[in-house]
Ligand binder design. Sequence first.
Ligand code: EAX
Length: 320
Amino acid sequence: MTIFATTAAAALFASAALAEQSVTIGHTQSATSHYGVGAEAFFDTLEELSGGAWTGEQAAAGALGGERDMIEGLQIGSLDLVISSTGPLGNFVPETYALDLPFLFRDYDHARAVLDGEIGQELLAKIGENDLVGLAWSENGFRHVTNSKRPVRTPADLEGLKLRTMENRVHMEAFAQMGAEPTPMAFPELFTALQQGVVDGQENPVTVISASNFWEVQNHASLTGHVYSPAVILASPILWDSLSDEEKGWFSEAAAASAAATRAEVSRLEEEGIALMRENGMEVVEDIDKAPFAELAQNAYDIYTSEYGSEMVERIQAVE
Ligand code: EAX
């Protein structure tokens, strides 16, 4: 009897270990967006490395809330994984505000080199000190202003525009200085807010503008490229601590594959997205003189440097 019970228990245990386990990745964009492509690459890699023991599914389009809500969910373990911009992350890990400074990154190569190097690793480690696990730097892209009122060519054109920003002090300060009226809001509320005229405009990369059909509610776009928007793949520490070392390795590799797939999609859409915006009726101003915007946005640097000094900013600028 004893032997039988032990054998049955062992059999049960073995089948439980072999059973498929599933993780959910939450994000605010559509299932076919740059984040959606990244989520699928994550699952493909995880499934392959684990021999099918782990699979996953997307909770896309803000089904589990905005980015701030989802990050909180990771901290308490109600969510497994999130792909998020760094927009609300500074509220949890203030050191990451450095990445959201306007006109800091020169171009995509510069941003990717910083995030893939020592600075990126340091910031992932900082994230890890705040009840979160930072798995990899992914990408959202350089952000541009859209609105329903007028073409924006100079800071004077932003004057009085109610502009939705992310819930990020650095961004809000930059736009206040540039003349707009910044209105922080979670992404899932944005489309309706634009539609109902609660705000006149918003700013996001080509990836997000095209994945969200913003042309239905915005007729002007200006390629201001005022800030690079990183994305980060975050895990819940509760999920992470439940994994074996081997599984952690699989998850890390899956995150790296996800980031690579998202970046490739961002690069592709940088080329095709602008044409798509025009095809859908947006008037796109491409030749923006960025210098006057950059000059006004300088004040935003004070928020970061008053707390953390200017060393990180200088280190980022120095990366070739
Ligand atoms: O991460 O909130 C935003 O505008 C973000 O760019 C978007 O959710 C993608």
